[in-house]
Structure formats: structure tokens, C-alpha cells
Design a protein around this ligand. Structure first.
Ligand code: CDP
Ligand code: CDP
Length: 202
């Protein structure tokens, strides 16, 4: 039986950082499901229709280095409201979750829609200001010219679209553990997540 860890939360809350560390600690595979939506968003920017792009998505598309830009993030959140786009991506995510050694999936709807029976569900959050500052540092580190106000507006716009959409909105599962990382270092957040998983796994 696979052991599934579902990690959901808003943009730049630290889901990816925590997921990678949890996966490495327990020897689980990790899927950043945001990359699926980003890959579809990138194809839409290139002129493809969202549903066609989602149905034709290939794992190789996830290796595109240009998926981390703010423009692609916005396009991702726009295609993510389309039910047929979401449906086209379900089978790939569930197959990944069924991996024998265990899997960590992070995104928006893992604990609510993709893996409602996950063994551990974490809802990772932090204040919008805190998340914008973190994302700004990442973008500046990659040489992107932007400002704190631009990044904060982008984060808030995506949060609102993700929370208010009808299909699989961003909302904590009833049985999710909330982890607010606003006042935690990345290492502290990772340690808290590993402790929760270890408590369930024994
Ligand atoms: O996956 P998600 O968009 O939720 O966040 P991420 O890609 O893990 O990015 C979070 C950024 O904030 C990374 O640069 C982390 O080093 C940093 N960070 C964190 O993840 N957690 C903290 N408690 C503090 C900082
Ligand atoms: O890294 P960050 O948290 O900024 O974004 P991401 O996880 O790469 O997700 C990009 C966008 O894809 C989100 O704003 C959502 O609209 C969408 N998404 C989703 O709808 N469902 C998921 N499971 C993952 C991402």
C-alpha cells in the first residue's frame, strides 16, 4: 500500500520546500502538481487551447525551465478554473500517488479532490505579505526585475482566483493539519511537517 502525503496551500507558502524535504526524509516520490497547471498555462501563452493542451500534456512538458515565471503562474491559475482542464490532469496525479514507496503531492486540491484518503494532509499557509517577500527573493535571486508590490498583487490575485473558483477551490480539507509558516524558518516548517508524518507513519 502506498503512503500518501497531501500538501495544499496558497502561493509561496512553502509547500514545495516542505514537500521536497518530507519526500527525501521518508524516501517518497514528490509531485509538484502546480507544474501541471503551469505547463498547460505555458502552452496557452504559446497559442494552444487550454483543454487540448491539458489532454495532450506529457511528463516531458514539466521539465521546461521557463515554468517559474509570474506570467506562467497567472496563466496557470486562469486555466485551473476550467473543469475539463482539471479533469484531464486527475488520472496522472492519482497514478503518481499510487507509487509503491509512498508519495508526496503538493498543490491546491490534493487533500480535497485528488487524494481525499491521503494518510497525512497538511494545509501550509502564511500571510500574503510574508509569501510575497519570499517569492520576491526567489525571483530576484533568478535575476528577474520586479518589485514587492507587483509580487504581492500577483499573489493576492491568484489566491482570490484559486479560493473563489467553483471547481476544486483552495480550501483546507476537514481533516487537514494547519501549518502557518509566517513566523517559522524553512527548517522549522520542515521539522514540523516531518514530525506530523512520522507520528502517523510510526
Ligand atoms: O511551493 P510554494 O509555492 O508554496 O513555496 P516554495 O516554492 O517552497 O517557496 C517558498 C520560499 O520561501 C522558498 O524560497 C523557501 O526557502 C522560503 N521559505 C519557506 O519555504 N518556508 C519558510 N518557513 C520560510 C521561507
Ligand atoms: O508555486 P506556487 O504556489 O506559486 O504556484 P503553483 O503551485 O505552481 O500553482 C500555480 C497555479 O496552478 C495555482 O495558482 C493554481 O491556480 C493552480 N493549481 C491548481 O489549481 N491546483 C493544483 N493542485 C496546483 C496548482
Amino acid at each position: 500500500m502506498s503512503f500518501v502525503v497531501a500538501i495544499d496551500g496558497p502561493a509561496a507558502a512553502g509547500k514545495g520546500t516542505i514537500s521536497k524535504a518530507v519526500a527525501a526524509h521518508f524516501g517518497f516520490a514528490h509531485l509538484d502538481t502546480g507544474l501541471l497547471y503551469r505547463a498547460v498555462g505555458a502552452k496557452v501563452i504559446a497559442g494552444e487551447a487550454p483543454i487540448v493542451a491539458a489532454r495532450a500534456l506529457d511528463p516531458v512538458d514539466l521539465e521546461n525551465d521557463d515554468l517559474r515565471t509570474s506570467a506562467v503562474a497567472q496563466a496557470a491559475s486562469e486555466v485551473a478554473v476550467v473543469p475539463a482542464v482539471r479533469e484531464a490532469l486527475v488520472a496522472f496525479q492519482r497514478a503518481f500517488a499510487a507509487r509503491a514507496n509512498g508519495a508526496v503531492l503538493d498543490g491546491r486540491d490534493i487533500g480535497t479532490v485528488i487524494c481525499p484518503d491521503a494518510d497525512v494532509k497538511l494545509f501550509v499557509t502564511a500571510s500574503p505579505e510574508c509569501r510575497a517577500e519570499r517569492r520576491l527573493q526567489e525571483l530576484v535571486g533568478k535575476g528577474t526585475e520586479t518589485t514587492y508590490d507587483t509580487v504581492l498583487a500577483d499573489v493576492k490575485e491568484r489566491d482570490a482566483r484559486d479560493q473563489n473558483r467553483a471547481a476544486a477551490p483552495l480550501v483546507p480539507a476537514d481533516d487537514a493539519i494547519l501549518l502557518d509558516t509566517s513566523d517559522l524558518t524553512a527548517d522549522q516548517a520542515i521539522a514540523a511537517a516531518i514530525a506530523h508524518v512520522a507520528a502517523v507513519r510510526g
